[in-house]
Design a binder for this molecule. Structure first.
Ligand code: AMP
Length: 210
């Protein structure tokens, strides 16, 4: 299985990726956001270069992100399939990815678009919190953490309202224009991303089975 999970920030791509992988063992989850956050936390040169863009809600330059993904896709564990989460986010990234796939004589099976309206996105993102110990994601209103966990929850630096609106604007201007690239290749399936995560997963799985 080679999938792209597409959708605005806060659409539930990370949550759905984890759930889809429970049904598809061996498939590797490749989240450029997670890779970049790990680089920032480790203080690498790449992380230092990416940090400012991420905090401002801007996209990290294509060459940096493409370098990360191309290197990762060449790892042996990706031979059993991969799920791209948050990549590609620009047309140039989609084209770079396609040349790599063509070179390896493989292709993407599907691009799953999780559709969520902008107003709900802002509410989801600004209320999102993470447990740094388990990496579990909670929401102050929709999915509150147990009392013993809530004191240690952290908020992502780019989950403030300003950064969230900047990320949404980038999604509309840079990322949505990627979809026609995959529509022309007949890869796109659209799934309603609103509702209980388990419900959304079953919509995704039935869309993939079609
Ligand atoms: P995410 O966790 O997918 O919401 O990504 C968090 C941030 O990482 C984004 O707002 C960007 O600053 C950066 N980022 C993640 N993936 C990409 C990408 N494919 N292209 C450019 N920047 C990215």
């Amino acid at each position: 299985m080679r999938l792209i999970l597409f959708g605005p920030p806060g659409a539930g791509k990370g949550t759905q990726a984890a759930r889809i992988l429970e049904h598809n063992p061996g498939v590797v989850h490749l989240s450029t956001g997670d890779m970049l956050r790990a680089a920032v936390a480790a203080g690498t040169e790449l992380g230092k270069a990416a940090d400012g863009y991420m905090k401002a809600g801007d996209l990290v330059p294509d060459d940096v992100v493409c370098g990360l993904i191309v290197e990762r896709l060449a790892s042996p564990d990706c031979e059993h399939g991969f799920l791209l989460d948050g990549f590609p986010r620009t047309l140039s990234q989609a084209e770079s990815l396609q040349s790599e796939l063509d070179r390896a004589k493989i292709d993407i099976d599907r691009v799953v678009v999780l559709e969520v309206a902008d107003d709900l996105i802002v509410e989801r993102i600004t209320g999102r919190r993470m447990d740094p110990e388990t990496k579990r994601i909670y929401h102050i209103k929709f999915s509150p953490a147990p009392e013993d966990v809530s004191s240690r929850l952290v908020q992502r630096a780019d989950d403030t309202e300003d950064a969230c609106r900047a990320r949404l604007a980038k999604y509309h201007s840079e990322t949505l224009p990627v979809l026609p690239f995959y529509e022309a290749r007949n890869k796109v399936v659209r799934v309603d991303g609103v509702g209980d995560p388990a419900e959304v997963t079953s919509r995704v799985l039935s869309a993939l089975a079609r």
